[in-house]
Design a protein around this ligand. Structure first.
Ligand code: IMP
Ligand code: MG
Length: 173
């Protein structure tokens, strides 16, 4: 059985998301913005974030190969589900739950750049900077976290805990 320790309560998540949404709304005012959520983990963050935005947006999802049931990245990334909307000449904001090694977002930036959008930026709720293997520029970043495996608010451990309304660290014992 895993032991959980709350790292970020829901009230702090809510405040941070309001701040991020204010910055995004300001930066993309008058532009055509497409939000691309990275499934599955980012869907909770995305749904809260988009409702705080004061600009019109389109929405799409992409799904990549993930960690599976374990907690160690294979580093091999594949597209499981591509986006449906055309993004040529559109401004794209990737919405991600957490950046860890950086492999996922590094791959995604290059994959989406091939579709010739006007711009691509990244919004990640959580960041574990000490774990980075490839450098990725995160334009909108929420919380910096220590090197711990985290769950809740969309993030899972073997598909469990996505429904928790807070971010917790997991102790695998
Ligand atoms: P990266 O390619 O190592 O940056 O991994 C990013 C992806 O791994 C994220 O989209 C998450 O789905 C998953 N991930 C990384 N760290 C955690 C964690 O602590 N808990 C749950 N999922 C994680
Ligand atoms: Mg993910």
């Amino acid at each position: 059985m895993e032991k959980l320790k709350v790292l970020i309560p829901g009230s702090r998540l809510k405040k941070m998301i309001a701040l991020l949404a204010r910055r995004i709304s300001k930066d993309y005012k008058g532009k055509d913005l497409v939000l691309i959520g990275v499934l599955k983990g980012a869907f909770v963050f995305l749904s809260d974030l988009m409702r705080e935005l004061t600009i019109p947006v389109s929405l799409d999802f992409i799904q990549l190969s993930s960690y599976g049931a374990g907690t160690v990245s294979s580093g091999v990334i594949k597209i499981r589900k591509d986006i449906d909307l055309p993004i040529v000449d559109k401004h794209v904001l990737i919405v991600e739950d957490v950046i860890d090694y950086g492999y996922t977002l590094d791959y995604l930036l290059r994959f989406l750049a091939n579709k010739k959008p006007a711009s691509v930026r990244i919004c990640a709720l959580l960041d574990k900077p000490s774990r980075r293997k490839v450098k990725v520029a995160v334009d909108y970043s929420g919380f910096k976290l220590p090197d711990k495996f985290i769950v809740g608010y969309g993030l899972d451990f073997g598909e469990k805990y996505r429904n928790l309304p807070y971010i917790a660290a997991i102790d695998q014992k």
